[in-house]
Every structure is written in C-alpha cells, then in structure tokens.
Design a protein around this ligand. Structure first.
Ligand code: GLC
Length: 636
C-alpha cells in the first residue's frame, strides 16, 4: 500500500478494490446486495482499513488479506440467525440498554456450579429469582486435561468441553436465556491458545506457517532480550516469559507453559481470531469478556503490556462486530495500573470494563477501616467515557492484586510497596487480629510480588467467625450495587460461600491457590437461603434487598459516581446524579459507630430519604450517625 495518499484516499482506493473483488463471486454479490450489511460495512470500513493498513501495511498481501477478512465478516452476517438479527435491531434502537439499573450480573463455572450446560439451563428459574440479566459462564471450550488454567487454555473455540455439553447445548442455552432477558457472556481468550490447539500442534511439529502464528524463536537470544523488560506473571510455573519446546525452540507463554501467546503482528492470526469471534457471536453470545488484553502485542525494549497496538486490535475487532454482529459488546479484562485500565474503555473499543481498583480498594478499606483511598479512587478514577460502564465486583474467580497507583497512595501518606505487604499479610491472616482467611497467590520472594485468593465470605471474616462478617459482605456488595455500571455477583457469594481447600488434594490444582475461591455449588447453603435464622439466609436476604433497591433506583443507571468528602476517613461517600434527584451513598468501614458533622451537608436539603431503611433522615440537626458497617443510600 502506498502511503503518499491520505488515509481517506487510501481507504477509498482499497474499498474500490475490495468491491471489485467481491463482485467476482456469488458470495461477494450477496454481501453487496444486503443493504443493512452494506451500510454498516460502509460506516466501519475506514476503521478496519486504517488499523489493518497501520499494523500490516508493510505486507505485500495486505489488501488481499483485507478482502478475505471482509468476505468472512459478510458471510458471518449472512449466516446470522434471524432471532439474533432482530436483537441487533432492537439494541440499535436502544443503544444504552446495558447501562440500565436493571442490569445485574452473575458469574460461575459451569461444572462447579451446575455440572454441565444442561444443569445451568435447569438453574434459569433461580437466576430469575435472583434478578440476573447477565450471566458469565467461565471458559467452557475444549481444553487440555487436567491442566488448563480453569479453561483459559483453549484448544478449540468451536468445540465445547465434552464434559459440559455440546455447541448445540450452548446455542440452546443462549436462546433460553435470551427468552428470559439474560445476556450470555463468555470469554474470548485471544491472547493465547493451549498447546493442544490445532494451530499449536502444527507449530510444535515445525510447520512454518503455524509457527508464525506464535512467538517462536530458534534459540534464547531474542527471548532473553525480551525478558529484560517483561514481568513474570505465573512465576510458580516458569520463570520469565518463554518456555522451551522439545525441539529446542522457545515459545512465548505469558501465563502457564501450556498457554502460548498468539502473534498478532501476523495478519493471519488477526483474521483467524476474528473468524472465531464472529463464529461465537453467531451462537448467541451477547458479551465477550476480552481476556488478558494487556498482553496482546509485543515490542522489544518495552514491558509488552498495554501497548498502543493492543487498542488498535481491539478497535478493529470491535468494528468487525459492528458490521457482522452489531449487538455484541466487549468487556475488557485489564487488571493493571488504573492509568491503563481506563485506556481500554471506549464505545469503539470495550464498552465495559472490570473495575479492579474499586474492588481491591473496597477490601483495602475493610482491612484498614479507612476509606480514604477508595474515596480518592471514586473521585479521581471513576469517570469513564460516555456510553461505557464499569463492571463492579467484589471478587472474581481470580486472585486479588493491589493494583492501585503508588502516586495516589503517596498523596494519602501510604507507601505503595509497604501498604501492599501489609494488605497481603492482613488477608492471609499473618497480621494480628485479622478477620480474613485468604491464601497467598504467586508469592514471589525474588520480586516481593504477591496476590491473595479467597471467597468473599472467607475474606470478610465468616470463616474466622469474627464479628461483623455479614455486615462486611453486605457493605462490599452495597458499593458494587450502587456505584453504577453492572454489578457482578460471583454466584455462591449471595449465600456466603466459604473457601474450599479441597484443591490441595488435587495434583492438577494444588499449586494454584485461586481454586480456593472457585468452590463447588453449595447445595445446603442454597437450601437455607429463605431461612433468615441461618447465615446464608441472612446474607441472601441482605443481597436481595440491595438488588431490589438497585433495580428501583434510577439514579444508579450508567454514568459516573462523584466522590463526596465526608470529613471522616472511616466513611466513604459518593453521589449518583439521576434525572430528577441525587443519591448520596455513605458507608461506614469502621468497627464502631461513626459520625459526619452537619457542616458537610451544606447546600443539601434539611432531610433526605434513606432507601436502605426506608426512613427520613435529618441532615442538618446534629449530622449523621452510622452504625458499624452501616450504609445509607440517601435520596435528595
Ligand atoms: C485472565 C483470567 C485468568 C487466567 C489468565 C490467563 O486473567 O482471568 O484466570 O489465568 O487470564 O488466561
């Protein structure tokens, strides 16, 4: 491609070429004759072209690769189910549908929660009872046995793990969920495949085309040069970023040795993964959780994380969805420094993102009984692009890492490294008086890095039997439920599920402590959920109440939370602006009652309605008292 022309001129020329190529085949003509498709193609072409030209323009076959990509994309749309096309239309008319306060997410492992896909289908009545509108099923595709990183080592994106069901079962499940208003979310694990994926097997056998789909080098020279700047992600598994193949070559594997990083500097990889993505979109997936996005592009002399090209790749993938599966949305999984997390959040990139900072700082505040860092994060780091939303969670299937910014912490007098050490010690019960029962994850004495694993209930003190555990669980969830975006419940948390140490007896899991927080379905706890004399019953009732409040409080829909300084470091404050009123949320992280002076409420009305207790609260008399771990949602 020549670059003496402007990008618009180049795009116009490329489009003319592509149209001419399409006219040569029956499929191409069919694509051109679909007016809706053509309009979307027209609108998104410049994005796809510009990115493709920038990343792959040096290749002599770049334009032909683009013809193939557009043809694949058009074909995918033509094959899309009419029901899904109806949904595409409906969501086009209501583009902010996912920002609604009706949205509520749940996440689980298919096998652990319900044995298989049929079991998940049988649980739909429960999902409705809870109020879910979004269900994230953890990786369920074919993967190596027994080691597969909880399914994040994918051997085929088009085959469901046979123990869980078939692709048809997944499609049927998506249809059933759609009927009851629940969107289906699955991972798009596209940074890497398993070493048993057909591409990887051919690469391992020495096939040059497939070797070029991964980062494979004949000796240690280039790998060692890269490793001067890369971070060790799973040091318990292997040091550095590469592992050696039996034939002596080295392959990039950021995570486990059986997960090989794909090489997106090769357009074949881009096209291949785009095809897998659109294939899954046509099964009826509503949201893709874009796994491990930070690592997708590698560049010598950088740490190979969050590089600008990653954003280009995501934008190009997004544009392909806009063309061929327009209702499908992306959620980024970037558990990195907050400066980088926000860079993925954009209507044209990932419309949703996990909010790892809010999650981690909720635990930080529970440990320190000090909400300063969380308040600062709400004020400073909550604002994201319009039309986008955080996914607010209390914990996930993964470990908790303390991803706050050291500069932010320093402003509050906390030294990042020491504070992380304290938090790790606190949450693995190596700190006097800790209520938490977590387990260290990837404890790396060489770098001092460590993260922690544990279920919400065990981290909050239910396992250690300490006072305030229930209140801490509900306090944490009250923040996820009221700070906007989509709250996500790790299913089992709503009945206070504890750590499961049985992973220590399983050879294939004992070295990965995250399994402690991926327990099996807690049958007995679910049975007790309607009995308020039981612990599960009390937690369930509390959470159901929060869900009810969320769904009836329009101020919570979409948008940003704005920090509210309470003047009391134990009390977190934030506001949510609704169309007719404002919601002021206050949360006491201390183990004893706390107070906010009335001067803090200057400019606010005399009294406000607390939605949590359904009572009127006077703001101007003597200020406000909050019980230990109490939260108020004040409408004014
Ligand atoms: C994501 C997943 C994690 C997995 C990793 C590698 O971070 O959440 O469970 O180990 O990606 O795929």
């Amino acid at each position: 491609m020549t670059n003496s022309l402007s990008i618009e001129q180049q795009a116009r020329a490329a489009k003319a070429y592509i149209l001419q190529e399409l006219r040569k085949t029956d499929l191409g003509v069919e694509i051109l004759n679909d007016a809706d498709l053509f309009a979307r193609l027209d609108m998104n072409f410049i994005t796809v072209f510009a990115i493709f030209a920038e990343l792959y323009g040096y290749r002599h076959d770049c334009l032909d690769q683009l013809v193939d990509l557009i043809t694949m994309c058009g074909k995918s749309w033509l094959e899309r189910d009419s029901e899904l096309k109806k949904l595409d239309k409906a969501r086009e008319m209501d583009p902010d549908w996912y920002l609604s306060n009706q949205m509520l997410g749940g996440v689980c492992y298919v096998d652990r929660y319900a044995k298989n896909l049929a079991g998940i289908k049988a649980k739909i009545p429960y999902f409705k009872e809870l109020g879910l509108t979004y269900l994230h099923l953890m990786p369920l595709f074919k993967s190596p046995k027994p080691l597969n990183d909880g399914g994040y080592a994918v051997s085929s994106y088009r085959e469901v793990d046979e123990e869980l069901g078939t692709l048809q079962d997944l499609k049927d499940l998506a249809t059933e969920l759609r009927k009851v208003g629940i969107s289906l979310v699955v991972d798009l694990v596209f940074n890497h495949t398993s070493n048993e994926h057909a591409w990887a097997k051919k690469a391992a056998a020495g096939d040059p085309e497939h070797s070029a789909m991964y980062w494979i080098f004949p000796d240690r020279n280039v790998p060692s040069a890269f490793e001067r700047n890369t971070r060790e992600i799973f040091p318990d598994d292997h040091p550095g970023s590469f592992i050696q193949l039996p034939d002596g070559r080295y392959v990039w594997s950021t995570f486990y040795h059986f997960q090989w990083d794909l090489n997106y500097s090769n357009p074949t990889v881009f096209r291949a993964m785009a095809a897998e993505m659109l294939y899954l979109a046509n099964i009826g997936i509503d949201f893709f959780r874009m796994d491990a996005v930070a690592f997708m592009w590698k560049q010598m002399n950088t740490d190979c994380e969050n590089l600008p090209e990653v954003h280009k790749l995501l934008r190009a993938f997004n544009a392909l969805c806009r063309i061929a599966a327009p209702s499908v949305l992306f959620k980024s999984e970037a558990i990195v420094h907050p400066d980088f997390v926000v860079q993925y959040i954009d209507r044209y990139e990932c419309q949703l993102s996990y909010n790892p900072l809010q999650m981690a700082l909720t635990w930080e505040a529970l440990a320190t009984r000090d909400a300063s860092m969380l308040t600062q994060a709400m004020e400073r780091r909550h604002n994201i692009a319009r039309g986008c939303a955080w996914v607010n969670y209390v914990r996930s299937h993964d470990d908790i890492g303390w991803t706050f910014s050291d500069e932010d912490a320093l402003e509050l007098g906390k030294q990042g490294g020491n504070h992380r050490k304290f938090l790790n010690a606190f949450f693995v019960n190596r700190h006097p008086g800790s209520f938490a029962r977590g387990v260290p994850f990837q404890d790396n004495p060489r770098t001092g890095d460590c993260r922690i694993s544990g279920t919400t209930a065990s981290l909050a003190g239910l396992e250690s039997g300490q006072d305030g555990a229930l209140e801490r669980i509900l306090l944490a969830y009250s923040i996820a439920m009221s700070s906007g975006g989509i709250p996500l419940i790790y299913l089992g948390d709503e009945v206070g599920q504890l750590n499961d140490y049985s992973y220590l007896n399983d050879q294939s899991k004992m070295d990965d402590s995250r399994w402690v927080n991926r327990p099996w379905y807690p049958e007995q706890r679910y049975k007790e959920r309607h009995d308020r004399n039981t612990i599960p019953g009390r937690i369930y009732a509390g959470l159901k109440h929060l869900i009810h409040l969320r769904k009836t409080t329009e101020e919570i829909a979409g948008g940003r939370a704005v920090g509210f300084y309470t003047g009391n470091s134990a009390i977190l404050g934030y506001q949510r602006q609704g169309p007719n009123s404002t919601l002021l949320c206050l949360c006491n992280f201390a183990d004893e009652p706390q107070w906010i002076g009335r001067e803090r409420f200057q400019g606010l009305p005399e009294s406000a309605h607390d939605l949590v207790t359904d009572s009127q609260i006077n703001l101007k008399d003597a200020g406000i008292h909050l019980r230990a771990h109490q939260y108020l949602w004040l409408r004014h």
